[in-house]
Ligand binder design. Structure first.
Ligand SMILES: Nc1ncnc2c1ncn2[C@@H]1O[C@H](COP(=O)(O)OP(=O)(O)OP(=O)(O)O)[C@@H](O)[C@H]1O
Length: 621
């Protein structure tokens, strides 16, 4: 051990931690109670980890007694102490875990926290965990000994800029045989947390389902257990109330919202396992992290193994809860987790159950399902792209905003198809407003054809696979040919400009093609447009326009050239065909540039565009 290790050592907090502490000390959160829940949850995690490590090294359990958590309130000198005999932390772990926040999204979380009134809710969603204790304490001392280590360490901090770390005194080290002792020096206005009934209230409300005994150690009298310490998922459904489930959800998922869906069952047969899963009702912060990790916890015979086993596919990563297997070996290595056929089987069966439960909910309790869809629809839709087997089911579950309204299903869409309509039409774009004014909807609108308006980034991807619903293919209005020919118009062409002059269509198209040259792949007469002059579409093969744009933004492929479609009934287009038209080239370029702007793109040459418009306007003046 070096001298720097043994001397008390002041360490700065990571900038994000300092900012977070500052925010928590200076804002008034109504729900300070959560600090205790966070500390108990950490203690329970530490006991879980110990139990897991002890499978390979049973000697870790030798000293330190049976796993438990203790809460010790002391009125003089106003301290509340939370003790666990779990895995503990060595010096480096204390520095790493209690001095930094490893989570991604911390910066954006902090920005939200600064703005929000109800910070506690956000704290819960993000899980600031340990640091929540600084809401009630002005000084915290942590003494910890990693299981099996002959050295205990002491971490202490009064919030502010940093913490001190030093070897524990002999007295402290003797007391902390294994695990972690956290002493909170309570602020004057947090003295209520020294009352036994307050502590019991919080434990009952938040931590009753912690699997390990939680003991209250009063000033006088014997310690007593204040939680029920059962694995709730092992109990039978009939014993449990909605409230029990809500509490279990909050504790297991470390969440503050209500679950929007609860799925609890036991699978018996070739493999037996208990499943308790929840869909949250609000979005967590890390929903769109690139790793797309789920956090369903794997237990084997009540022993926590990992929350990193990818028990559900990426598109269900928002589901929280527990799967507890009776048959898996306790000593599952990381490799086994990835290749274990039994786990693969469980994964498959549970995924189908979750989808089945969605279907059930969508059918019986549409409002609850709508909540799930509102928060997680964009994630579930990833399954349309990657889960071939369940694609049809997922498509049937999907809810869409369409030109007819919100929350529409394809079942509704197909039930209201127009006469002779054989396809399901959609348009992909960045915003609903821009999509609604997209000229490509014109002809569909004139025929009363419903169009799905897709604005989630994932929409560009799943729509690139050939999909159909009840035998009706999905078809993009911005790709390839669209033929509405047999579908009658509903409005009597009120938007369609009447033809004012005889147009030589072939000549117009050839002139525009000539003027645009290499800028477009082709120029065609449009079936989609009624009142606008032009629009851009993708070819029949290859990616749709929205996907191309996304890929180009991420530099993952150059955009291929679009096709310009022109409305031959539009006077501007017709004008191009007039004999001796001197502005044909300018007008052709304008048609392209307008179409680009309507797509939310910039014209290729903005200065040239402005010059062209000015020239033509001035001439008319
Ligand atoms: N009692 C404890 N025993 C052992 N390690 C602990 C204990 N308390 C905290 N830690 C360590 O410190 C880390 C940070 O704790 P913190 O509560 O800040 O966040 P977290 O628990 O990782 O996240 P979350 O609050 O979202 O669960 C933990 O992941 C754990 O490694």
């Amino acid at each position: 051990m070096t001298t720097t290790d043994t001397a008390p050592h002041m360490q700065p907090f990571q900038a994000e931690v300092a900012e977070l502490l500052n925010l928590m000390v200076h804002s008034v959160y109504s729900e300070t109670d959560i600090f205790l829940r966070e500390l108990i949850s950490n203690a329970s995690d530490a006991l879980d980890k110990l139990r897991y490590e002890a499978i390979a090294k049973p000697e870790l359990m030798e000293n330190g007694g049976a796993p438990k958590i203790q809460i010790v309130p002391r009125k003089a000198p106003d301290t509340l102490t939370v003790i666990d005999n779990g895995i503990g932390m060595d010096r480096q772990e204390l520095i790493d875990h209690l001095g930094t926040i490893a989570k991604s999204g911390t910066k954006s979380f902090l920005a939200k926290l600064t703005e929000a009134k109800d910070g506690a809710n956000l704290i819960g969603q993000f899980g600031v965990g340990f640091y929540a204790a600084f809401m009630v304490a002005d000084r915290i001392e942590v003494t910890s000994r990693r299981a099996g280590s002959d050295q205990a360490w002491r971490w202490s901090s009064s919030g502010g800029a940093g913490f001190e770390i030093a070897p524990a005194s002999e007295e402290d080290a003797q007391r902390v045989v294994r695990g972690t002792e956290i002493v909170l020096h309570l602020k004057p206005d947090a003295a209520k947390y020294l009352e036994a009934y307050q502590i019991e209230r919080i434990v009952t409300a938040y931590s009753d389902n912690i699997q390990f005994p939680i003991e209250l150690v009063p000033e006088e009298g014997e310690p007593r257990q204040i939680n029920s310490a059962s694995a709730l998922w092992q109990r039978s459904k009939s014993e449990l109330s909605a409230e029990d489930y809500t509490q279990a959800y909050k504790q297991i998922a470390n969440a503050f919202d209500e679950p929007a869906m609860t799925l609890h069952y036991r699978a018996e047969g070739r493999y037996s396992y208990a499943v308790l899963l929840f869909a949250p009702s609000t979005k967590p912060f890390d929903l769109f992290e690139p790793q797309r990790k789920g956090r369903v916890k794997l237990y084997v015979r009540r022993v926590f193994i990992t929350d990193d086993a990818d028990l559900l596919p990426g598109y269900l990563r928002f589901i929280r809860g527990v799967i507890d297997s009776e048959d898996l070996p306790l000593n599952l290595s990381r490799e086994m987790l990835q290749n274990n056929p039994q786990l693969a089987q469980i994964r498959k069966a549970v995924t189908s159950k979750v989808i089945g439960e969605f279907e059930h909910l969508a059918d019986k309790d549409a409002d609850s399902f709508a909540k799930i869809w509102d928060s997680f629809g964009p994630v579930i839709k990833e399954g349309l792209w990657e889960d071939y087997e369940r694609r049809d089911k997922l498509l049937a579950l999907s809810r869409f905003t369409t030109t007819k309204g919100e929350n529409r299903t394809l079942k509704q869409y197909v039930a209201e198809l127009r006469e002779n309509q054989t396809e399901i039409y959609y348009l992909v774009g960045d915003s609903l407003d821009r999509l609604k004014s997209n000229p490509k909807l014109e002809s569909a609108a004139a025929r009363g054809i419903e169009v799905l308006l897709l604005t989630d980034p994932v929409d560009a991807f799943w729509t690139s696979v050939a999909l159909e619903y009840e035998g009706k293919p999905l078809k993009s209005l911005s790709q390839g040919d669209v033929d509405f020919g047999l579908i009658p118009t509903v409005e009597t062409d009120k938007d369609e400009p009447a033809k004012t002059e005889e147009t030589d269509e072939a000549l117009v198209i050839a002139t525009i093609k000539d003027a645009l040259g290499e800028r477009v792949a082709d120029v065609r007469a449009s079936q989609r447009l009624t009142s606008s002059a032009s629009c851009l579409v993708a070819g029949g093969q290859g990616p749709d326009r929205a996907l191309e744009r996304m890929l180009a933004q991420q530099s993952r492929g150059g955009a291929s050239k679009p096709i310009l479609e022109v409305n031959l009934r539009h006077p501007l287009v017709a004008a191009i065909g007039r004999p001796g038209q001197a502005d044909a080239a300018d007008l052709s370029l304008l048609l392209l540039e307008q179409a680009q702007i309507l797509e939310g793109e910039l014209p290729d040459d903005p200065a040239g565009f402005a010059g062209r418009v000015n020239r033509l306007v001035l001439r008319a003046l």
